[in-house]
Design a protein around this ligand. Sequence first.
Ligand code: SAM
Ligand code: SF4
Length: 328
Amino acid sequence: MHLDSLTDTFHRRHDYLRISLTDACNLRCTYCMPNEKMQVTPSSKLMQAEEIKHIAATFVELGVKKIRLTGGEPLLRKDVRKILRLLATLDVELAISTNAVLVNEYIADLKSANIASVNVSLDTLNAEEFFAITKRNDFGKILSNIHLLLSNGFKVKINMVVMKDINTQAILDFIEWTKEFPLEVRFIEFMPFKGNGWQQDAVFFAIDALKLISTKYDYVKLEDRAESTSRNYKVIGHKGSFGFISTITEPFCDSCNRLRLTADGKMKNCLFDRGETDLLTALRKGEDILPLIQKSVQNKKLQRGGLFDSMNEAAAFHENRTMISIGG
Ligand code: SAM
Ligand code: SF4
């Protein structure tokens, strides 16, 4: 291993890589996809299965301990089984973020790839509200697939993006859900990306969500892991827990350990940095990608990609790629 190869100039060690497998999706979440028709990247421009393995192996060689597959919807990739098989040969913890629509088709593959924990995106427990947010009718399927994951022994985290006046009341429904089921629900502050209609007024602050919860429930604070992006709690007597990812009001950049790879093979050292390093083109030309990865880490900015320091400047995010094309 190349010791400290993925340590940046702010002494942050990076051991977590998120790989997007596709920018296509079977849902149309308003906060993630732009309104206009999205052009999906053609397959020839996407990293192919063996290329994903090669790039991932280089990151592992440099010290990455955990890889999360994301997208778009990663389970839409026709060759996702092959990708899972190839990545499972690496000495790394594998995880996946999915909207769970197709999970029932891949339970066995997730198990054989030793995936222990699955993050599922779900923003409401009301079917009509679900349709309004995602423009699709898959609510029932997602619920049953979440239960399928639980009954198959997976640890399940639910990611809920909270948008003021859209789904804030659902916060209490999610908390109630943690009573009987060992789910970890994470309430995420709505972040701005190109074309997602973000406005400062639409952000429901984590602190207000906690106040809402305290009107009905007694909770305790849980201990957070050092690199955890969420601040975690548990309602007394509930099987599950809940937490907040407050990227807007309390960014966790100081302890950031993440790097990203887009589906078209560009490395991003931060979700919000517009800079990208084209690893796929270099790989296809037969170049060594290891020094490119190291250089990108060295260029990582202290906070939120150096784009802005306060929420008032957050509109600058609109210059970034869409969330779906970065890979959440
Ligand atoms: N399709 C998968 C899913 O939905 O879980 C993986 C990709 S999705 C882009 C990954 C995560 O990004 C989801 O949990 C989603 O809620 C989150 N996300 C997307 N747009 C966001 C935004 N504008 N603000 C906060 N989180 C966002
Ligand atoms: Fe698709 Fe996930 Fe984005 Fe929703 S959040 S549109 S499910 S990629």
